[in-house]
Design a protein around this ligand. Structure first.
Ligand SMILES: [Ca+2]
Ligand SMILES: [Ca+2]
Ligand SMILES: [Ca+2]
Ligand SMILES: [Ca+2]
Ligand SMILES: [Zn+2]
Length: 409
């Protein structure tokens, strides 16, 4: 009954500017503050600008890294049926750099567990499928262990905001994400009195998009969108898929756990977030638009109330940042605020006074969920994963220039 929130683009790579800005971060931002620098397109309404600011505040209340995230925002007439568009800027690093950064960034018990689960070699092992050189056959869906140590076993693809949280790049003027909402839909900009039936939670969905920018992404969407289908037989070798995200380092299945590897396959087997090598399942992930459950892998599994990174939402529903979301962001390099549940209850639980964030689910909003007739039929963020042509990415990955490419608008 829910409608899909978005299709999140992972289009742009910024190559070769690692570490250039480090050392200047403390000078421009106050201590322990995650700040958002929103740049509205001309014509963006004051409601929308305020809505983005409120969404940023939801994250600033739970994350404390000295990071400034630059986001271009817009609120305009998009193509019919498109709720909004979003994309992030991403940058690739060697796995060893990311491991070291995660290790240095530890600030919670979860961080300790998470880093302990990671490979201490310069490469990592993954369960993979659908590659041209799958030993089970060209493009085969049968998973295999890829531990050959080549490019996709030693590269991590981070959103630039995530890289900042890990100290892998400094604050700067680079656009970290671009988010546009359609003004052709009915939005509720005010969470303080719940979400109107038939309207969508602007602040919650903006926070969802920001969550992607902060690093809640999976490169499995790249594999899912660039593997052979009935109409396109082209597969690529494993070493082309250098898009494992930090969150993917904690993506497991029972099969991958058995071989002590992360699960980076595109198929519908259950995948889950685990910070202890797959032993403990914190929450399940969506598994892919083409070969998975129909939702982009850069989300929690649909319809289980797993958090703000749920792939779908009903009109009238209030989206919440909950414990699962915070644990994911914590593990990939963000620092959680102390007493985070108290702060959450003040800032994020607008219509619920029971206090404990982790226990608040969609049921709090049941009264506001409209009848099916009120749902908007297609509510899809525009970019399709299939647009993420491997060819384009190859070209970008090979241009090792000290340039930054901003996301297409
Ligand atoms: Ca490989
Ligand atoms: Ca309202
Ligand atoms: Ca952390
Ligand atoms: Ca951090
Ligand atoms: Zn999304």
């Amino acid at each position: 009954m829910n409608t899909q929130i978005d299709k999140f683009k992972q289009v742009t790579l910024a190559i070769g500017i690692a570490l250039s800005g480090i050392g200047s971060t403390g000078a421009v931002t106050p201590a322990n503050a995650l700040t958002f620098n929103f740049t509205p397109a001309s014509g963006t309404s004051s409601d929308a600008i305020a809505g983005f600011a409120a969404a940023g505040n939801l994250w600033s209340s739970v994350l404390t890294d000295n990071v400034t995230v630059n986001i271009d925002i817009g609120f305009t007439a998009l193509s019919p049926g498109t709720l909004g568009e979003a994309s992030s800027t991403q940058q690739q690093f060697n796995y060893a750099q990311v491991y070291t950064a995660l290790n240095n960034d530890k600030s919670s018990a979860d961080d300790l567990t998470a880093v302990n689960s990671l490979s201490t070699n310069s490469t990592f092992k993954q369960l993979l499928n659908r590659t041209a050189n799958n030993p089970n056959g060209y493009g085969s869906a049968t998973p295999y262990v890829d531990n050959d140590g080549d490019a996709n076993n030693q590269t991590i693809d981070l959103t630039t905001a995530n890289a900042k949280a890990l100290g892998l790049r400094g604050n700067g003027n680079t656009t970290d994400a671009a988010i546009s909402f359609s003004n052709l839909f009915t939005w509720d900009f005010d969470r303080s009195n719940g979400i109107l039936a038939g309207a969508f939670d602007f602040v919650g969905i903006a926070a969802h998009e920001i969550g992607h920018a902060l690093g809640f992404i999976s490169g499995v969407d790249i594999l899912d969108g660039n593997s052979p289908t009935a109409t396109n037989s082209q597969a690529s070798n494993d070493d082309q898929f250098t898009y494992v995200s930090p969150l993917d380092l904690f993506r497991y299945s029972s099969d991958s756990k058995a071989v002590e590897a992360i699960d980076w396959t595109a198929d519908a087997r259950e995948k889950y977030f685990s910070i202890d090598g797959g032993a403990t399942k914190i929450a399940t992930f969506a598994t892919g638009t083409t070969f998975g459950d129909g939702r982009q892998a850069s989300h929690w599994q649909d319809n289980l109330g797993l958090g703000i990174m749920d792939p779908a939402i009903a009109a009238g529903e209030l989206l919440q940042i909950i414990e699962t979301d915070r644990r994911a962001l914590d593990a990939i390099g963000w620092n959680l605020a102390n007493n985070v549940s108290d702060r959450q209850s003040l800032s994020n639980m607008a219509e619920n006074s029971t206090g404990n964030t982790s226990e608040i689910t969609r049921s709090a909003n049941t009264a506001n969920v409209p009848e099916p007739a009120d749902f908007v039929g297609t509510l899809i963020f525009a970019a399709v994963v299939g647009d993420l042509s491997i060819k384009q990415r190859r070209k970008l990955a090979q241009s090792k220039q000290a340039t930054v490419t901003t996301p297409p608008k």
